[in-house]
Design a binder for this molecule. Structure first.
Ligand code: 5PN
Ligand code: ZN
Ligand code: ZN
Length: 268
């Protein structure tokens, strides 16, 4: 565990209205947010948490979010900054299947893939108001077929190379890498706490709290399946952070993101 390294892979930006980031609070108006993935280099393997958004998909289905993504900000481009290729990734874990977290999955056919058991089912059969969030189905042949969107499958995806190991509840993904079930934003959302040898643990809250203000005011994003569970999840993360004196990382907070070390820099 002492040699665990955590890399933030900058995946570009999206534009949201303030009322979507801070549900029922705002203020409204355009807010540019970062999107990123996290690579955990661990003695037990290389674990990729999320895979960012696919630029072409986003332009096709969510052009109003005005995505920006340089070559270095594609998932493969960001790994290249570390001298890594897709094949070097052993495990892809998706915190959830919103398009900005699974867009690059299709580039990792050989990796083990893991998600919450209900999250995959939800992407196959989402609520009407979740269709846009779960619009990128290129991560799963099963999901694309269930949604009648096999046009998404143009990268050699097969049922087998997009198959997921299904998990539930809290568990340890690798020694010192704690997966924390935080439903609300989606049915099967996970946050991640990573222990470090000589420093405070890192708590990646992911989409349980897009920004520090969401976390501190218990205000979730407007995109959610169960706002009551969403608040409970933020409260639980707060307790965890306090108990372990964890350093907090938010999923879509531009101000905070600008202070994060991004690859090729890392946290150890
Ligand atoms: C960035 C972003 N944009 C749209 C949606 C949505 O419809 O569900 C989740 C989401 C997003 O995270
Ligand atoms: Zn999300
Ligand atoms: Zn997100």
């Amino acid at each position: 565990m002492s040699d665990t390294k955590v890399y933030f892979l900058n995946g570009g930006t999206l534009l949201l209205d303030g009322y979507h980031i801070w549900w029922n609070q705002g203020p409204g108006g355009p807010v540019r947010i970062p999107a990123y993935s996290v690579l955990i280099e661990h003695r037990e393997g290389r674990f990729l948490i999320d895979t960012g958004f696919d630029y072409d998909h986003t332009m096709k289905y969510l052009a109003f979010e005005k995505p920006t993504q340089t070559e270095d900000q594609t998932i493969l481009g960001s790994l290249k900054l570390l001298g890594l290729e897709a094949r070097d990734i052993d495990v892809v874990f998706n915190s959830h299947f919103h398009f900005d977290h699974c867009g690059g999955n299709k580039h990792f056919p050989h990796a083990r893939k893991i998600c919450h058991k209900d999250e995959l089912a939800q992407a196959c059969n989402p609520e009407v108001f979740e269709h846009l969030g779960y619009s990128d189905l290129s991560f799963s042949v099963a999901a694309a077929e269930a949604r009648g969107r096999t046009d998404e499958l143009r990268h050699g995806q097969t049922e087998e190379n997009t198959r997921f190991e299904l998990v539930e509840g809290d568990f340890e993904l690798a020694r010192g890498v704690h997966m924390i079930f935080t439903p609300g934003h989606t049915v099967g959302h996970y946050s991640v706490m990573v222990e470090r040898a000589g420093d405070r643990p890192m708590l990646l809250v992911l989409d349980a709290a897009y920004t520090r203000r969401n976390f501190e005011t218990l205000c979730q994003a407007s995109f959610h399946i169960d706002p009551v569970k969403g608040v409970a999840s933020i409260r639980r993360l707060k307790e965890l952070a306090e108990k372990h004196d964890a350093e907090l990382f938010f999923s879509h907070d531009m101000e905070a993101f600008q202070t994060y070390r991004c690859a090729p820099e890392f946290y150890a």
